[in-house]
Design a protein around this ligand. Structure first.
Ligand SMILES: NC(=O)C1=CN([C@@H]2O[C@H](COP(=O)(O)OP(=O)(O)OC[C@H]3O[C@@H](n4cnc5c(N)ncnc54)[C@H](OP(=O)(O)O)[C@@H]3O)[C@@H](O)[C@H]2O)C=CC1
Ligand SMILES: CC(C)=CCC[C@@H](C)[C@H]1CC=C2C3=C(CC[C@@]21C)[C@@]1(C)CC[C@H](O)C(C)(C)[C@@H]1CC3
Length: 478
C-alpha cells in the first residue's frame, strides 16, 4: 500500500485528470446513455450513470473547496446593504400598516417609546417557542429520509416529523383557547416578538459564521465561499450546519418561522372572533389559504430536500433572517391588515379569489411533487410517460408534464397563490400587495440564479432544455 503522503499530489492529479468531465466526455457519456436506453439495457444505463457519478465524486472529494468566482446579490456591497435594509424594510412595512392607517404615502409613525419594540416577556415567548419546536424536531418519531448526495458522495439523514409538530402545536393552541389563555398577547406583542426574532437571527448568523471557520472543505457551501467576510456571512459558509441530531437549516426553514407564521394568523383570527362574535369572511379565507400553504410544506417535508436552499445555499444571514424574522412577521401582513382594519369583501368577490388560490395550489403542488418524485426515483413506472432528456451527470431533466410548460412551474403556482392572498384586502391600499410584489422579484432573481447553476451542472443539456421550454415562469409572457 503506498503511504497516503507518497500517493498524494501526482496520483491525485492523475485521478482528477481521468475523472474530469470535459465537454467531449460529457457528450460521449450522453451518447452512451442514449444508446443504452435505445437498446433497452437499463443495467448499462445504471452502470454508465454510476461510473459518471463516482468519477465526479473522486474529482470533487480531493479538491480543496473552490472559491466562489461570481458574486450574487451585488457582491459584498450588495450583501452589506441587504443585511441592513432587510430588517429596516421589515419594520417600515409593519409600522406603515397599523390599526388606523396602512399607507406608503406617509412616513411610518415611529413608536413613542422603546418599550413598544422591545419587551422581556416577548423575548421569553420567542425563546420558549424556538426551544419547543426544536424538542419536537429531534423526537425520534417519524420517518428518516436521505438528502441529495453531497460533494463527498455522502447523503445526510433527516428526521421527517414536521407535520406531526404542526398537529402537536395546534393541539396545544386548542388547549390554550379552551383554558382561556389570551392568545391576543401575540398580536399585542407583535413588535417586541419581531424585535426578538431579528436580534436572534443576527446572533444565530454570527454563531454560524464562527462555527463555519472550523469545518472541513467538503462541508463548505460553494456560494458562500468567496473569502470576503461580509459576503460569506450573508450567503452562509457552511452548507448543512448541525448540532447533534438537529440540522439547523432544515429546522429553521420549516419549523419555528413557518409554523410561527400560521400561529400568528390563527391568533388574529381567534381574537377577531372573540371580539366580533363571528369569523370575518375575508380574514378567515386568507388565514385558511396560508394555513394550507404551511401545512403543505410540512406534509411534503421531504420535497424541501431537493430545493436550492438545502442542496446549494449555505446557512447564513440571508436564510436565518429570512426563516425566523422575514417569513413569520411579513408574510402575515395581509391577515394583520384584515384583522386591524376589519376590511371585508362580499362572497361573490371572495369566490373567484378562492378559485385562483386553488388553481395556484394545484400547479405548485403538482410541479413540486413531479420533480421531487422524479429525483427520488427516476425509473418510477408512474412517471414513465414523462419525456426527459439526459445530462452528463447521469441525472435527467424533465421536459414533459409541468416542467415542459415553463421552466419554473412551481414558481408560477406560488405566484398565483400570493396574488390570491392579497386580493381579499381590496384595492384601497398598496401595502397588502407587498408580498406578491416582493415575491415576484425574489422568484425572478431566484430563477436566474438556478438557471446559472443548472447551466454549470448540465452544460449543453441545459441549453437543449431551454430551447425546448422557452418560457421561464409565465407561459408566453416571461
Ligand atoms: N414562499 C416563499 O417565500 C418561497 C417559496 N419558494 C418555493 O419553493 C419551491 C422550491 O423552489 P427552488 O428551490 O427555488 O427551486 P426548485 O424546486 O425549482 O429547484 C431547483 C432545482 O430543480 C432541479 N430542476 C430544475 N429544472 C428541472 C427539470 N426540468 N427537471 C428536473 N429537475 C429540474 C434542479 O436541480 P437538480 O437537477 O440538481 O435536481 C434545480 O437546481 C418552489 O415551489 C418555490 O415557489 C421559493 C422561495 C421562496
Ligand atoms: C432576500 C430575502 C428576503 C431572502 C430570504 C428568502 C427566504 C424568505 C425564502 C428563501 C426560500 C424560502 C422557502 C420558503 C420560505 C421562504 C424562504 C425561506 C418555503 C419554506 C415556504 C413554504 C414552501 O412550501 C417551501 C417549503 C417550498 C419553501 C421553500 C423555500
Amino acid at each position: 500500500m503506498p503511504s497516503p503522503k507518497k500517493q498524494s499530489r501526482k496520483d491525485i492529479e492523475l485521478k482528477q485528470e481521468k475523472a474530469s468531465v470535459t465537454p467531449i466526455r460529457q457528450s460521449s457519456r450522453i451518447a452512451s446513455i442514449v444508446a443504452a436506453e435505445k437498446e433497452g439495457s437499463s443495467q448499462r444505463v445504471e452502470k454508465i450513470t454510476r461510473e459518471t457519478r463516482s468519477s465526479m465524486k473522486i474529482e470533487e472529494k480531493e479538491k480543496p473547496a473552490a472559491r466562489t468566482k461570481s458574486y450574487e446579490f451585488g457582491g459584498p456591497v450588495g450583501a452589506f446593504f441587504m443585511i441592513f435594509s432587510l430588517p429596516v424594510t421589515l419594520y417600515a412595512v409593519n409600522l406603515a400598516c397599523r390599526k388606523d392607517k396602512c399607507t406608503i404615502l406617509e412616513m411610518p409613525k415611529l413608536p413613542s417609546s422603546l418599550a413598544v419594540l422591545v419587551d422581556m416577556e416577548a423575548a421569553f415567548i420567542f425563546l420558549g417557542w424556538f426551544a419547543f419546536q426544536a424538542v419536537l424536531a429531534v423526537l425520534p418519531v417519524g420517518r428518516v429520509a436521505e438528502g441529495q448526495p453531497l460533494k463527498s458522495g455522502q447523503r445526510l439523514k433527516y428526521r421527517l416529523n414536521g407535520f406531526l409538530s404542526l398537529l402537536v402545536t395546534l393541539a396545544c393552541l386548542g388547549v390554550a383557547v379552551y383554558y382561556e389563555v389570551p392568545l391576543s398577547v401575540l398580536s399585542k406583542k407583535f413588535f417586541p416578538l419581531m424585535t426578538t426574532a431579528v436580534i436572534f437571527s443576527f446572533l444565530l448568523s454570527i454563531a454560524l459564521y464562527i462555527k463555519s471557520l472550523f469545518i472541513s472543505p467538503s462541508k463548505v457551501a460553494a456560494p458562500g465561499n468567496s473569502g470576503n467576510f461580509i459576503y460569506d456571512f450573508f450567503m452562509g459558509h457552511e452548507l448543512n450546519p448541525r448540532i447533534g441530531p438537529l440540522d439547523l437549516k432544515f429546522f429553521c426553514e420549516l419549523r419555528p418561522g413557518l409554523i410561527g407564521w400560521a400561529v400568528l394568523n390563527l391568533a388574529f383570527l381567534v381574537d377577531a372572533y372573540q371580539k366580533q362574535g363571528t369569523f370575518p369572511p375575508a380574514l378567515t379565507m386568507v388565514v385558511l389559504f396560508q394555513f394550507v400553504y404551511v401545512a403543505d410544506a410540512l406534509f411534503f417535508e421531504d420535497a424541501i430536500l431537493t430545493t436550492m436552499d438545502i442542496t446549494h445555499d449555505g446557512f447564513g444571514f440571508m436564510l436565518a433572517f429570512g426563516d425566523l424574522a422575514w417569513v413569520p412577521f411579513l408574510y402575515c401582513l395581509q391577515p394583520r391588515f384584515l384583522y386591524e382594519s376589519k376590511f371585508n369583501l362580499p362572497w361573490y368577490c371572495l369566490a373567484p379569489i378562492a378559485l385562483l388560490n386553488v388553481i395556484g395550489y394545484y400547479i405548485f403542488r403538482g410541479a413540486n411533487s413531479q420533480k421531487n418524485d422524479f429525483r427520488k426515483n427516476p425509473h418510477s413506472p408512474a412517471l414513465a410517460y414523462l419525456e426527459t432528456i439526459p445530462t452528463p451527470s447521469g441525472k435527467r431533466l424533465l421536459v414533459g408534464g409541468w416542467w415542459g410548460l415553463v421552466r419554473k412551474p412551481n414558481y408560477l403556482g406560488d405566484l398565483l397563490m400570493a396574488l390570491a392572498w392579497s386580493l381579499p384586502c381590496g384595492f384601497g391600499h398598496v401595502l397588502p400587495y407587498f408580498y406578491p410584489i416582493y415575491f415576484f422579484i425574489l422568484l425572478v432573481h431566484r430563477e436566474r440564479r438556478d438557471d446559472a447553476e443548472c447551466r454549470r451542472k448540465y452544460g449543453a443539456s441545459w441549453d437543449r432544455y431551454c430551447e425546448r421550454v422557452r418560457y421561464r415562469i409565465i407561459p408566453y409572457v416571461y
